[in-house]
Design a protein around this ligand. Structure first.
Ligand code: FAD
Length: 452
């Protein structure tokens, strides 16, 4: 049996890769159509520019600001300006400001023509409900009453190579993995929940702990690699890690894998100026790290389950009041995805988590840590990377909320905000695309092997 539990290593030995690949091939066209062709799911509202990094000082050398982190390509001055990292990381297309409650009341159906595209009505993209729910695994994107965020076209800002690298990117990843260390974090947690202004913190010595812990993660990853290579069987466990911590790590690592897959898929060849798949990039970042690929598939299984579970509850969701045709079209496309996701009924078994003695407190810790990951995203020093980093964190946060905050047996219906729904389905789309890219790269490597 290849039902995926939080313990499972998705591997060829279990045939889960092929099961999940087959599912992805079936559902991907519907996911693509939903996220690319509907106004509702192709625009995301987020607070991209108004939040400072809450964890370290932007002014010091290890900052997340663009000036010190983005322009790090070798010999940058030798390449045309538009290919420079600082340019590649910028957002493209129109950016529409949230119209605000007052303006909405005055002009309820005023179209945002020219801002979100000719045919996108405000009523399709505006929502008022931005209250924080204690069940949220993410900081709502618009927690500040004054800064409602901007609407960004996801289609016009594809996730791909931007040249963002160096100390800033490393600091962010290290800080994210550091959140996996449940009992020892030096970052503020519950104290920082619900805050609207960014505190400056922690002191310099904390960063050494961050880096040490990242070293420990790498060691765990190496152990895991060795285990996978030695046996290839399902059910292996990280030593010294409980189930919930392992799931936390896998979600973050799977997200990292997906981001890397997109970077390698649309990589800028700076000699020719062409965007193209980069096999070396894939080989070094992912192919030689089977557990990273395993975590990508794990995340796909997790999101598939969340979407399947949500499916029956969003059949009556109103996507775009005021435009019946568009509403019906979006609804049909959502249905195609949720039905596809539900076609493999036992894809992920979440019931094992948060059940034992310390379960409830672990769940709260897990949730708070995930919220912290969403805050860390404000430290990403490249606009486009921050956009996709925030969206995906919100997408996983929504999936975790659906899986762990709504009892399968209960009548209670998950009520999700627009931003949560958009994030969830677009994160699913990221994973779906990443799996297709990985298949392509694997095919190339298999071909090379056969030729030899
Ligand atoms: P990194 O990818 O920076 O990895 C750092 C370390 O983490 C590695 O050395 C390894 O030890 C460990 N690691 C790597 N992958 C995994 C994994 N899957 N699981 C567990 N551990 C792992 N760059 C772009 O070009 N485009 C983007 O859209 C983009 N988005 C980003 C979004 C976020 C949130 C962040 C933090 C960075 C983003 N970047 C993006 C930068 C990109 O992720 C890399 O940091 C950068 O390309 C440098 O890569 P690297 O090879 O040094 O290793």
């Amino acid at each position: 049996s290849c039902v995926i539990s939080p313990k499972t290593i998705v591997s060829d030995a279990c045939a889960s890769y092929s099961t999940l690949d087959a599912l992805n091939q079936k559902v991907k066209p519907a996911v693509d159509a939903l996220t690319r062709e509907t106004d509702f799911f192709s625009h995301y509202r987020l607070n991209l520019f108004n939040k400072a990094c809450p964890f370290w000082n932007d002014e010091d050398a290890m900052c997340g600001n663009q000036a010190c982190a983005v322009a790090t390509l070798d010999n940058e001055e030798d390449i045309p300006e538009i290919w420079r990292a600082s340019e590649l990381g910028k957002l493209e297309g129109p950016l529409a400001k949230h119209p605000g409650r007052k303006l909405q009341k005055e002009r309820p159906q005023r179209p945002l023509q020219g801002l979100l595209g000719e045919n996108v009505g405000e009523s399709c993209v505006v929502e008022y409900d931005d209250e924080c729910d204690e069940r949220d695994y993410c900081v709502p994107e618009d927690e500040s009453a004054t800064a409602k965020g901007d609407y960004v076209s996801l289609v016009q800002n594809p996730e791909r190579f931007t040249g963002y690298t160096g100390d800033s990117a490393k600091m962010v990843w290290d800080a994210i993995y550091r959140e996996n260390c449940f009992q020892k974090s030096s970052f503020p947690h519950s104290a920082s929940l619900g805050m609207t202004s960014a505190p400056k913190g922690p002191a310099a010595h904390d960063f050494r702990a961050v880096l040490q812990d990242a070293g420990r993660q790498q060691m765990l990853e190496q152990q895991f690699n060795n285990q996978v290579q030695a046996s290839g069987s399902a059910g292996l466990e990280y030593e010294d890690e409980c189930l919930e911590k392992r799931v936390f790590y896998r979600v973050v690592s799977g997200m990292h894998t997906s981001i890397s897959a997109h970077i390698c898929w649309e990589f800028l060849n700076q000699t020719t100026g062409e965007w193209q798949p980069n096999l070396q990039c894939y080989y070094h970042r992912l192919h030689t790290h089977p557990e990273r690929l395993s975590n990508l598939y794990f995340n796909y299984a997790l999101l598939t389950r969340a979407i399947a579970k949500l499916g029956p509850h969003i059949q009556d969701y109103t996507y775009c009041t005021g435009d019946r045709d568009q509403d019906a079209d979006t609804k049909a496309k959502v249905l195609a995805v949720t039905q596809g996701a539900a076609s493999v009924p036992e894809i992920f078994d979440e019931s094992l988590m948060f059940k034992n003695g310390e379960g409830p407190s672990l769940k709260e810790d897990f949730r708070n840590r995930f919220r912290n990951v969403s805050r860390i995203m404000d430290c990403v020093g490249c606009d486009k990377c921050r956009l996709w980093g925030k969206l995906q964190t919100a997408g996983y946060g929504t999936a975790l909320k659906v899986l762990f905050e709504f009892d399968n047996e209960s009548e209670e219906v998950p009520v999700l905000k627009r931003t949560e729904l958009v994030a969830l389905f677009n994160t699913y789309s990221r994973l779906s695309n990443s799996m297709a890219h990985v298949r392509y790269f694997r095919g190339l490597l298999d071909g090379e092997k056969k030729e030899k």
